[in-house]
Each structure stands twice: as structure tokens, then as C-alpha cells.
Design a protein around this ligand. Structure first.
Ligand code: C5P
Length: 243
């Protein structure tokens, strides 16, 4: 990824809300994230509509299944011409390699395959859950770094992680390995259900490759203004002292 995008999480229930939101951004080329709720409720046709408006798409479906199934599913997703997809690193190296092969098979000749990143540990996973329920007797940081290294070895393009985990991943992986980081809030914004939040400026300082922002933009009184404010801080144009 040559640029460092701000990805807007389109966490809406259906097409009408998406259309109303995107109409506000007719003069901007956005990079949007479409998650399970929207994709399952609206279907692949919505992807065409969003592409038709000129926006880039991270299709956040977090695939995790046997390698053959993930391979076939990725082949189908590549045909949607999205820019980024993802899998759970917990599915293992063979599954991650199968995902990349599926994407390559499904990408039209002459086109670049979608980037593929891995979820390491969900931010909802606690060390207690990992150790008591999943019987993984390591720290969260150890598993995040290990999963990131597995993803890199399987030729994935990067991981989704907390900005606070970026320095660890930067140390353990190649400089071209990307880190896509949610949990972003402007100073003073409501945290919602996110526990560990970081400002756009702090995410930039920590070395995130891309930030994912939902409610700070989608629930703002003036979403375009909020988007511009976050872009300015993320790109370093607007230096603030309150991170
Ligand atoms: O509204 P908010 O900015 O908290 O939205 C963040 C987005 O990033 C949501 O779509 C959420 O599902 C997603 N996400 C996350 N934490 C992860 C992975 C994805 O918040 N670890």
C-alpha cells in the first residue's frame, strides 16, 4: 500500500443509510470498510454500487474455515473487485496460503489482487478468555506477534490490530507488512464500546499503515467535517496536543 488511508467503517444496517451517507461525500474518493452486517443484509450488489461511486473497499468478512472453503470463497470475493479482504490468522498458515491462491485465481487478468490481511486477536478477546477458554497459555502480545509472523510467512499483506500493537509488529515483521488499526477517536469523542482508543495522531506516530474510523465520522453531526478533521490529524497537517 503506497498511501496511508483512512478507512470509514460503514456500520449501517442497509443500503438506504449507506446511500444517504455516501451522498455527503460525492466530492471525495473514500476508502470504506464493509462488514458482515451490511454485506449479509445488502448482498454483493451493494459492492458494485459503492465501487460505481468511485470508492475503494475493504470487505471485512474475517474468513475462517477449512483451506478449500476459504480458497473458493476468496476466489468469489476477488471477482467483486474489492481492494482488501481478511481472514483470521487462527485458521492457520495453510488456510492463509489458500486464501491468497483463491484471490489470485479470482482476480481478472491484468488487475491487482485484493490485499489480504489477518485478524490476530480480536480486541474483544481478553487474556483470561484466551487462557481459560481457548487454553492458549501465552500473553495477548505474544500471540499477536506470532500470528502476524505466520501471516507474513503465508504471504499475506498485513494484519488488523490495535495501534498500540503496531510497534511490536513493526519490530517482528518486514517494513512492507501493513497494519490496519481500528479503535480511533478524536480527543473528546465518545469511546462507545471501544476500551483502548488512540487518536489519529498517535496512530500515525505509532506507525499504523491505515486507520479504521466508524462512529467518530458516521455518528457525527457533520460527518464531512469530522472526516476532514480526522484526515488532517492523521496526515499530520493538523498537529494537536491532546492525544
Ligand atoms: O465505530 P468505531 O470507530 O469503533 O468502529 C470501528 C470498526 O472497526 C468497526 O467496524 C469494528 O467492527 C471494527 N473493528 C474493531 N476492532 C477490531 C477489528 C475491527 O473495532 N479489532
Amino acid at each position: 500500500m503506497s498511501d496511508r488511508p483512512l478507512m470509514v467503517a460503514l456500520d449501517f444496517a442497509g443500503r438506504d443509510e449507506v446511500n444517504n451517507f455516501l451522498q455527503l461525500f460525492d466530492n471525495e474518493q473514500l476508502y470504506v470498510k464493509v462488514g458482515m452486517e451490511l454485506f449479509y443484509s445488502s448482498g454483493p450488489g451493494l459492492i458494485d454500487k459503492i465501487k460505481g461511486r468511485g470508492h475503494r473497499i475493504f470487505l471485512d468478512l474475517k474468513l475462517h474455515d477449512i483451506p478449500n472453503t476459504v480458497n473458493k470463497a476468496m476466489k468469489a470475493l476477488a471477482r467483486l473487485d474489492v481492494d482488501m479482504v481478511n481472514v483470521h490468522a487462527a485458521g492457520g498458515s495453510v488456510m492463509m496460503k489458500a486464501a491468497i491462491e483463491g484471490l489470485e485465481e479470482g482476480t481478472k487478468a491484468g488487475k491487482k489482487r485484493p490485499s489480504c490481511i489477518a485478524v490476530t486477536q480480536l480486541t474483544s478477546t481478553t487474556e483470561d478468555l484466551m487462557q481459560q477458554e481457548l487454553l492458549i497459555h501465552k500473553t495477548i502480545d505474544e500471540t499477536v506477534v506470532h500470528y502476524a509472523q505466520n501471516a507474513e510467512a503465508a504471504a499475506l499483506d498485513g494484519v488488523v490490530c490495535s495501534p498500540l500493537e503496531v510497534p511490536l509488529i513493526r519490530k517482528a515483521c518486514n517494513t512492507t507488512f501493513i497494519t490496519v488499526t481500528p479503535g480511533i477517536r478524536l480527543a473528546g469523542d465518545a469511546k462507545g464500546d471501544q476500551h483502548r482508543v488512540t487518536t489519529p495522531r498517535k496512530a500515525r506516530e505509532l506507525g499504523s499503515s491505515a486507520i479504521v474510523v466508524g462512529r467518530s465520522i458516521t455518528a457525527a453531526d457533520d460527518p464531512v467535517n469530522a472526516y476532514k478533521k480526522i484526515i488532517a490529524e492523521w496526515s499530520g497537517e493538523l498537529e494537536t496536543t491532546n492525544s
